[in-house]
Design a protein around this ligand. Structure first.
Ligand code: LMR
Length: 336
């Protein structure tokens, strides 16, 4: 009897000792939380889902990617802090949101009319300057894995915006970029920095009068339902860099990191191949809804916007760094 009890307690102790090792021997998957602020059906939203699919398939479940769209986890500014602290592992913030981190050179992407089309943009994002800029992120404990395209911005308001003077006195929501602030001031508007998740309501309640965004965001956030006019100005670019926490990324098993790098390459090709089509479709849907009147600028009207907004280039040159701005001018042929 006593012997029996003794055996039982020995067995129990052995099990308790073994338990932590058993747990350690079969660890769960590596979880990558990927937080973003836009809707799922946008270039960024779809690319995030595609990365998840590839990563989970190719690592055979050793990596699990949890995608949180629509600011579910964090709003704009908070998500950067969360990444630096390691509470999320992956983000794809818009390039306009890097300035407040102290990376002012990224604001070159916000300069109005600096890129005429995706081909000009890719000369920078897919060239040595783009790579050099991503490297700078490491000074902030981050790594930039890729640039993901969105598209060219349209301008919306409750009054028609045809010429620079039409902006006078309007409160315009912008992202947290000093260049966008200068852009709006150049046409006499009053820029207001606001988190993306708050824009719809701010437009609806009149806290701001208008905003700028690519059509995919205007459509999926339903901003067009609370804006009477949309001007197809294509006056500036909005796109992303995919960021990871450097410590987390470099701490991954090397074989996993290699697989994930491959997944990111393919997700990037995917993102950049759907961006234009998604924006064209979103613009067509906005037109079809009949909720906003669409304004197309004549070449002369567009030239007047460019001429007035050029002030934002002059004002921002030294802030961004003249070397970076001039390097981009050289690539894109921008003429002040
Ligand atoms: C915005 O805040 O307008 C954009 O950065 C949203 C996004 O991520 O496309």
């Amino acid at each position: 009897m006593n012997l029996n009890r003794c055996f039982k307690s020995l067995a129990l102790s052995a099990a308790l000792v073994a338990l932590p090792f058993t747990v350690m021997a079969a660890p769960g998957p590596i979880v990558i939380k990927f937080s973003h602020v836009v809707a799922q059906h946008t270039p960024k939203g779809q690319a995030a889902e595609y990365f998840k699919k590839l990563a989970e398939e190719r690592t055979k479940g050793r990596v699990k990617v949890e995608v949180y769209p629509n600011s579910q986890l964090f709003k704009d500014k908070e998500e950067m802090e969360a990444l630096q602290m390691g509470s999320v592992q992956m983000l794809a913030p818009s390039l306009a949101k890097f300035g407040p981190l102290g990376l002012k050179e990224f604001e070159v992407f916000d300069l109005p009319f600096i890129f005429d089309d995706y081909a000009e943009l890719h000369k920078v994002t897919q060239g040595p300057l783009g790579a050099k800029m991503l490297k700078k992120l490491e000074t902030k404990g981050l790594m930039g894995l890729a640039y993901w395209d969105n598209g060219f911005k349209v301008m919306s308001a409750n009054k028609p915006l045809r010429e620079p003077g039409d902006f006078r006195g309007l409160k315009m929501r912008i992202q947290s970029s000093k260049v966008l602030d200068a852009e709006m001031r150049s046409v006499g508007a009053m820029p207001q920095v606001m988190a993306f998740s708050e824009v719809y309501q701010a437009l609806q309640t009149g806290v701001v009068d208008g905003t700028e965004n690519p059509p995919s965001n205007l459509y999926t956030q339903k901003m067009f339902e609370v804006q009477k006019y949309v001007t197809m100005s294509n006056h500036g670019y909005l796109g992303y860099a995919v960021l990871v926490n450097k410590k987390f990324w470099m701490g991954l098993p090397a074989d996993i990191r290699t697989i994930l790098d491959g997944c990111m390459k393919d997700a990037t090709n995917f993102a950049n191949s759907v961006a234009k089509k998604d924006n064209d479709e979103a613009m067509a849907a906005v037109k079809k809804s009949g909720k906003s009147q669409i304004i197309t600028l004549t070449p002369q009207e567009r030239a007047a916007w460019k001429k007035t907004m050029d002030k934002a280039h002059k004002e921002s040159m030294s802030r961004i760094g003249a070397d970076v701005v001039n390097e981009v001018y050289k690539e894109t042929g921008y003429k002040p």
